[in-house]
Each structure stands twice: as C-alpha cells, then as structure tokens.
Design a protein around this ligand. Structure first.
Ligand SMILES: C[S@@+](CC[C@H](N)C(=O)[O-])C[C@H]1O[C@@H](n2cnc3c(N)ncnc32)[C@H](O)[C@@H]1O
Length: 260
C-alpha cells in the first residue's frame, strides 16, 4: 500500500504547498490533516508521510522514521580524530574513489563513504522503498550543521531497485559496490532500524545479485550481514575480523590490502 502524504496539525501555507508538491511529484495521495490523529491515519493507510517544520517523517505502527545522521556523525568524528572505520577499511576506499551503495536505508554508510572519498569521489545510493527514499532525500538536502550539509548534499540518492540499476551501469564503473540488506534475523539493539523495517524491501541477496555487482565493481563487492551468515553461499570471503553482531563478506576483484 502506498503511503499517504499529509502535514502536521495547523500547518502553514508553505508546509501545505511543499507536502502537496512532493505528493504530486511521486503520485501519492495528499490528505489535508485537519484534526485527524496519526493513529487513525496509520490504521487507515498503513504508512503516513508527514511534512512539518521538523522536516519529512514517515509513521507506521512501528514508529516514526526520520533522518538522523547521528550514527554517521559519530563515525565521522572518530575518523576526524584519526580513528578507523571498519566499513572503510574493508572496502579499502580512498579519496577520489567511487562507491555504489545498493541499499541506502538511513544513509549512514553512504555518509561515511562520502566523507572518505571526498569531493572528487562519488557516492551513488539506491533505495527501493519510496517512503524511505523520500524521508532520506529530504533529510540529506536539509541536513545540519553546515559542515555536514555539504557532505549530505554530495550523496546522489536515487529511488530504484539495485536489481534494475546494476545491469544498466557500465562495467567496472564503481570502485566498490556495497550491500547492507535487511537481515533475516534483526539485531535487536539496532533501534534506528525498527521504524525502517515495515517500509523496507527485504528480499534476500542471491548469487545473481553478486554476479551483477561484480560486473560493475572495479575493486570489491562488499556485503554486511549477521555474524553467523554463511558468506560462501554467495561466493564471498569473510573479511576483516568480525564484530559481535555483524560481519562483512568480500569479493576482491583485484589485489588490495584489507586493514583491520
Ligand atoms: C539495513 S538497511 C541499510 C542501512 C544502511 N546501510 C545505513 O547505513 O543506514 C537496508 C535498506 O536497503 C533497502 N533495500 C533492500 N533491497 C533493496 C533493493 N533491491 N534495491 C534498493 N534498496 C533495497 C531497504 O529498503 C532498506 O532501506
């Protein structure tokens, strides 16, 4: 079911106009909010996009999905202080590289990748779910503080299924192709993903997906999965020492060093 678009109660004219404009652009129904409670809208429509002074959020019975770059901000702060980031090390990303994020989600990994590849580098992030895409696209365009805004605006976020896009991309056109799909067994502590889950595409990855990605990647295909995941079923090698909850699988397309 498509989400319905509305505003907060007592919106100003600008908020109504912007909510209508987003709804029109994406073929969504715009519903004047009036005095209706969010709960009743969720019961009727399943998911409700709300445009307000706080930005664009999507509500379901699992809560509010909104853009919050906190996780990325913590990782970037660590990197600025000279720390290391596990994903960056496993991907071997360098300034000027290109990174294709096939599963954008909250865009935390894309933001960290963009920080690393810098202005000369490219991050293209694909998100199949329209409500997730809309919330994140609006968040990236309106991110704060200004230093973070530049980074966020540097990410090219597109609402498409990676299974449609990968076959259209030229061979070896991205240094790294990355997947972080919805886990079949969720990490319970990953609370930021709870409101994302009911809106997310959760089809598992197949060997054909890795094959499509390997054509497009110059250096590596990287997959994040649960620590007990059997990466060999997709022809990937477990890389870089495991965390407690998650691990990475890699297909290296050229000799490259993996730091840990
Ligand atoms: C676990 S989240 C990714 C989190 C992300 N790495 C981050 O840092 O926030 C997975 C996301 O991938 C999206 N997704 C799953 N399959 C997809 C597909 N075939 N094409 C594009 N997006 C997909 C889901 O809708 C979900 O938003």
């Amino acid at each position: 079911m498509s989400p319905v678009m509305t505003t907060a109660r007592k919106p100003n004219a600008e908020q109504v106009a912007e909510a209508k404009e987003i709804a029109d652009r994406h073929g969504l129904q715009f519903l004047p909010r009036g005095n209706r409670s969010l709960d009743s809208l969720i019961i009727e429509y399943g998911s409700v996009l709300v445009f307000s002074y706080r930005g664009l959020s999507c509500y379901t019975n699992k809560g509010e999905l909104f853009f919050h770059p906190n996780m990325a901000a913590v990782r970037i702060r660590m990197l600025r202080k000279g720390g290391k980031d596990k994903l960056l090390n496993i991907c071997g990303l360098a300034p000027g590289d290109s990174f294709l994020d096939c599963t954008a989600g909250l865009c935390s990994d894309s933001l960290v990748a963009k920080y690393q590849v810098g202005e000369r580098g490219r991050v293209l992030a694909l998100e199949q779910s329209l409500p997730i895409y809309l919330v994140m696209a609006h968040g990236l365009q309106n991110a704060r503080p200004p230093r973070f805004q530049e980074l966020a605006k540097g990410i090219e976020l597109v609402c498409r299924d990676f299974r449609d896009i990968l076959p259209q991309l030229p061979p070896s056109s991205f240094d790294v192709v990355y997947f972080d799909p919805m886990f079949a067994v969720p990490v319970m502590e990953a609370s930021s993903l709870i409101p994302l889950r009911p809106l997310a595409q959760d089809q598992p990855l197949t060997p054909e997906d890795i094959h499509l990605a390997a054509r497009v990647a110059k250096k590596k295909v990287v997959l994040k999965e649960r620590v007990f995941y059997d990466f060999s079923q997709l022809g990937l090698t477990r890389a870089g020492g495991d965390g407690r909850k998650t691990a990475y699988g890699v297909l290296s397309l050229k000799e490259d060093e993996v730091e840990d």
